[in-house]
Design a protein around this ligand. Structure first.
Ligand code: ADP
Length: 503
C-alpha cells in the first residue's frame, strides 16, 4: 500500500504501544465520569481489553449541556465571522490527516475493521468532511425576499443552539464527522456520544478539536452506554437538536424522547435492507458481481446501506451467481492489522451471535451457497465467513430483517414490475443499486425506487457533495452535501417595514 507500511508486526507493535485516552471531554478538558464509573473497551479481533473508558451518565450530560449552553451564549463560536470557523475546521481536518495512522489503528483495534480501510477510507474520509463543511460555512448566502419598496424582508440561517450527536460503531469517526462537522460549521455547540463499542477515535477527535482552536465547551464528547448516556441526551431540555445514526428501534426512541421533553428536532439515519438489482442487459456481469460482493461484504456487512438483498434476472441468475461466489473469495476474514486480509472482525460477540442467529434461520428457509460459519476461533476474536444464501423467498426473515453482517440473500425475478414491487416491499428505504445498459430502464427504476439514493451500474456511491439518508423507516433528513446545514440551522424571517422617502 502506497505511503503506509505493509509490515503486520510493525503495526502490531505500534498498536501495543498506544495509550488511548478513556476520559470524557467536557468544557475543553478530559474528565472522568461524575460517578467515577468506567467500562472496558474490547478489541473484537482478539477479545482483549484495550482501554478503560469513562461510562458517562445523566450528570455528565448535564455538565456538558451547561458548558455547551454557556459557550453558545458567549458567542465566540456561534456568532463569530464564519471565516474564523472555516479556518479552525480546516485546521482540524489537517490535524486528523496528520494523525491518520494513529487514528486508523485506534479505529481498527476498537471495531475489528480492516486497518487498510481505516487508513484509506475512514480517516481520510473524516478529515474530508471537516474540510468540506469548514470550506462551505462562509460561502452560504442568506436571502432577501422581493416584497416591494415598503419593506425589507430577509431570511437568515441561525444555528439551532446545542446539538447532540449520537452515533454508531460501524464507522465511528466518520459518523461523528458527518454529524459534528456541519453542526459545528453552522455555529452550534455539540455534544457527541460515540457508541460504547467504539469510543476511542471520538475521544482523540476531542483533543484534536481543542488543538485546532475550537473554544472550550463548544465540542464535548461523552462516551457511555445507550440508556445511561444516550437517553439523557434525548431527554435533556437544554439540547435543541439531535443527529442520530443507528438502529431504527433506537431512532424511534429518540422521537419519543423529544416528545417527552422539549420537542427537540430529531434527525435520524437508521436501518436499511437495500436492493441490488441485476438485469440481463448488464454490460459487464463480472464487474456487477464484484460490486455486489463489495456491497454486502465491505466492513463485514456492518453498513446501514449494505445491499443485502440481491435480485438477479432469471436469464442470468446462474452465470451471475457463479461470478458472485468467485468475487466473494476476496473477502476471506483475517487479522485486521494485516493489510492483505479480506475482511475484519465483527464488532462484538453479541453482534456475532445475532448474525449467526440469522444464519441459522437462513439455513432453514433457503439454500446456503457459501460461508455460514464462524472462523478463526483460535484468535479469540469474532469472525464470520462471507455468507450467501440462494433461492431465498423475498418474504423470508433473512430477506426482510436487517442483519448487519456479511450475509447476502439472492433472489431471482422475471419482470421489471415484479422486481420494483419486491424491492419496495420493505419497511426501509435507504439505497438501491441497479445494473442495466438500458438508459430508459435506469431512469424508470431510479424514479420507482422508494429510497434516498440510487446507484446505477455502481454500488452505494457516497460523495461529500451528495446527500445521504433514507425514506420510510430508514430515517429523515440528510447527512453530507450542503443540505446537511439545513438540519442544524433554523430559518429566521425578519420583516422591516420602511417609511419615508422611496418607500
Ligand atoms: P446498533 O444496534 O447498531 O448497536 P444502536 O441503535 O443500538 O445501534 O446504537 C446507536 C447509538 O445509539 C449508540 O451510540 C448507542 O449507545 C445509542 N443507544 C442505544 N440505545 C439507546 C437508548 N436506549 N437511548 C439512547 N441512545 C441509545
Amino acid at each position: 500500500m502506497k505511503d503506509h507500511s505493509t509490515d503486520t508486526s510493525a503495526w502490531t507493535a505500534r498498536a501495543a504501544a498506544l495509550q488511548p485516552s478513556g476520559k470524557a471531554f467536557i468544557d475543553g478538558r478530559p474528565v472522568a465520569a461524575a460517578d467515577g464509573q468506567s467500562f472496558d473497551c474490547i478489541n473484537p479481533a482478539t477479545g482483549q481489553v484495550i482501554a478503560k473508558v469513562a461510562a458517562c451518565g445523566a450528570e455528565d450530560v448535564d455538565r456538558a449541556v451547561k458548558a455547551a449552553r454557556r459557550s453558545f451564549a458567549a458567542g465566540s463560536w456561534s456568532r463569530c465571522d464564519p471565516s474564523e470557523r472555516r479556518k479552525v475546521l480546516i485546521r482540524l481536518a489537517d490535524l486528523i490527516e496528520g494523525a491518520t495512522e494513529e487514528l486508523a489503528l485506534l479505529e481498527s483495534l476498537d471495531t475489528g475493521k480492516l486497518l487498510r480501510d481505516a487508513l484509506t477510507l475512514d480517516i481520510p474520509g473524516s478529515a474530508a468532511v471537516f474540510r468540506f463543511f469548514g470550506e462551505a460555512c462562509d460561502k452560504l448566502l442568506d436571502e432577501v425576499v422581493p416584497v416591494g419598496s415598503r419593506a425589507l424582508a430577509t431570511i437568515t440561517r441561525e444555528p439551532v443552539g446545542v446539538v447532540g450527536a449520537v452515533v454508531p460503531w460501524n464507522f465511528p469517526l466518520k459518523m461523528a464527522a458527518w454529524k459534528c462537522a456541519p453542526a459545528l460549521a453552522a455555529g452550534n455547540s455539540v455534544i457527541l456520544k460515540p457508541a460504547e463499542q467504539s469510543p476511542l477515535t471520538a475521544l482523540r477527535l476531542a483533543e484534536l478539536a481543542a488543538e485546532a482552536g475550537i473554544p472550550d465547551g463548544v465540542f464535548n464528547v461523552l462516551p457511555g452506554f445507550g440508556p445511561e448516556a444516550g437517553g439523557p441526551i434525548g431527554l435533556h431540555p437544554g439540547i435543541d437538536c439531535v443527529g442520530f445514526t443507528g438502529s431504527t428501534e433506537i431512532g424511534k426512541k429518540f422521537m419519543i424522547y423529544a416528545g417527552q421533553s422539549n420537542m427537540k428536532r430529531v434527525w435520524l439515519e437508521c436501518g436499511g435492507k437495500s436492493a441490488f438489482v441485476v438485469f440481463p442487459d448488464t454490460k459487464d456481469l463480472a464487474a456487477a458481481a464484484k460490486a455486489a460482493a463489495a456491497g454486502i461484504f465491505f466492513n463485514q456487512g456492518e453498513v446501514c446501506s449494505a445491499t443485502s438483498r440481491l435480485f438477479v434476472h432469471r436469464d442470468v441468475a446462474d452465470e451471475f451467481t457463479a461470478l458472485l461466489l468467485e468475487a466473494s473469495q476476496a473477502y476471506r476474514p483475517g487479522n485486521p492489522l494485516d493489510l492483505s486480509s479480506g475482511m475484519g472482525a465483527m464488532i462484538s460477540e453479541e453482534q456475532t451471535a445475532r448474525v449467526m442467529g440469522y444464519v441459522d434461520k437462513g439455513r432453514a428457509e433457503a439454500d446456503l451457497l457459501t460461508g455460514g460459519t464462524r472462523v478463526l476461533a483460535e484468535t479469540g476474536g469474532s469472525f464470520i465467513a462471507p455468507t450467501i444464501f440462494g433461492n431465498v423467498d423475498p418474504k423470508a426473515v433473512i430477506a426482510t430483517e436487517e442483519i448487519f453482517g456479511p450475509v447476502l440473500s439472492v433472489m431471482s425475478f422475471a419482470t421489471e414490475a415484479e422486481v420494483v414491487a419486491a424491492a419496495n416491499a420493505s419497511i426501509y428505504g435507504l439505497g438501491a443499486s441497479v445494473w442495466t445498459s438500458d438508459l430508459d430502464r435506469a431512469v424508470r427504476l431510479s424514479r420507482a425506487m422508494q429510497v434516498g439514493s440510487v446507484s446505477v451500474n455502481a454500488v452505494d456511491n457516497v460523495d461529500l457533495r451528495t446527500p445521504f439518508g433514507g425514506v420510510k423507516q430508514s430515517g429523515n433528513g440528510r447527512d453530507l452535501s450542503l443540505h446537511a446545514f439545513e438540519k442544524y440551522c433554523d430559518l429566521k424571517t425578519t420583516w422591516i417595514a420602511l417609511q419615508g422617502e422611496g418607500a
